[in-house]
Structure formats: structure tokens, C-alpha cells
Design a protein around this ligand. Structure first.
Ligand SMILES: C[S@@+](CC[C@H](N)C(=O)[O-])C[C@H]1O[C@@H](n2cnc3c(N)ncnc32)[C@H](O)[C@@H]1O
Length: 176
């Protein structure tokens, strides 16, 4: 694993984050705005050979890093997809057990459209973990749960809980 990802794992345990949302062997997992694969790599280990990870991003160089890392680590269950969250080309409808949007939601050009697309990809039992910076505390770089919850509702999802920290907020949402 790269030094950056290893250092980050010391403060944010990706396996714990994924356990919190119930990622399990055989699951289909979708990492929307996967970046360098901090969660995709951990998820690939957790879902195992019989599971599948969709690592989704709009930047090819980020996906290239995920592919290289996967090859180095011998992980063959990661499918990288260069498609915006607002489109999610290549992810079949109602196929995803667990989705994660970690620090990516506030980057989406059209959050409403992205949430609708994510909802369409979830199985009825699917869950989505969202972790994002709180906008007001980071000079506008982020979102607020008050802003996002109505959009979740519009997309056909509802929070099971919402937790607001000092810098970040977190929720796990389920289809309604
Ligand atoms: C701050 S990074 C977070 C990466 C990763 N989730 C993590 O926690 O390390 C945000 C990522 O979202 C991606 N992104 C931005 N807009 C996007 C969109 N519309 N659809 C999918 N990914 C997007 C960016 O390219 C970037 O890799």
C-alpha cells in the first residue's frame, strides 16, 4: 500500500468504517468518488473473491492508481469505472449491497441527480454510508446534513442515524 494510504489508515481505520455499514463476504460494494482507493482496497479484501467492488471516479489517474494497487496486492475483484456519480454507467440497477461516499459528496456537480442514481443501483436491503466535511466549519468546502436530508428523501432514501462531529458529519441511509 502507498505511504499516504498507510498513514491515513493510522487515523481512519477503513475496515472499521466498512464494518460499521455491514460490509460482508460476497457483497457488491460501490465506492463513489473512490479517489486513490482508500476504501475500495479494504472493501475488496472484506467482500472476498465471491464479492465485487465498483471503484467509481471521474478522474482516470485516480482509477489508474486503484488498478495498480489492486494488481500489486493481488486483488482481482475491483472494477474501476470512469463515470460521474450523476450517471453511474456500468453499475447495474438494484445490484449493490453497500455504497460509500467518503469526502466525495460535496464534489458532485449535481448532488440530487447523484443520489437518485445511487438509489437506483441499491438492492432493497442496500445501505449507503456518507461521510462529508461540514461546510460551515471548513469555509464552505463541504455539505450540511440539513441540506442533504431533503435530497435523500427526494431520491427515495432515509437516514438510519445522523452524527455530526466538529469537522465531519456521517450518516448511514437506507432505501424507503
Ligand atoms: C476528496 S476525494 C475522496 C476520495 C476517497 N473517497 C477518499 O476518501 O480517499 C473526492 C473524489 O471524488 C471524485 N469526484 C468528484 N466529482 C465526482 C463525480 N461527479 N462523480 C464521481 N466522482 C467524483 C474526485 O475525482 C475525487 O477523487
Amino acid at each position: 500500500m502507498s505511504l499516504g494510504l498507510r498513514l491515513r489508515s493510522l487515523v481512519q481505520n477503513p475496515y472499521r468504517l466498512l464494518s460499521d455499514v455491514g460490509v460482508a463476504r460476497g457483497h457488491v460494494f460501490m465506492d463513489v468518488g473512490c479517489g486513490g482507493g482508500f476504501l475500495s482496497i479494504a472493501a475488496a479484501r472484506m467482500v472476498g473473491e465471491e464479492g465485487l467492488v465498483y471503484a467509481v471516479d471521474v478522474k482516470n489517474e485516480r482509477l489508474e492508481s486503484v488498478r495498480n494497487l489492486a494488481v500489486r496486492l493481488g486483488l482481482r475483484n475491483i472494477k474501476t469505472l470512469m463515470t460521474p456519480a450523476e450517471v453511474l454507467d456500468g453499475v447495474p440497477e438494484q445490484s449493490v449491497d453497500r455504497a460509500v461516499l467518503m469526502f466525495s459528496l460535496h464534489h458532485f456537480a449535481d448532488i440530487r441527480a447523484a443520489l437518485r442514481q445511487i438509489r437506483r443501483r441499491l438492492k432493497p436491503s442496500g445501505l449507503t454510508l456518507i461521510i462529508d466535511p461540514i461546510a460551515s466549519r471548513l469555509l464552505g468546502h463541504g455539505t450540511n446534513p440539513q441540506q442533504i436530508i431533503p435530497l435523500l428523501d427526494d431520491a427515495g432514501m432515509q437516514p438510519t442515524y445522523v452524527r455530526k462531529g466538529i469537522l465531519l458529519w456521517k450518516t448511514i441511509v437506507k432505501p424507503t
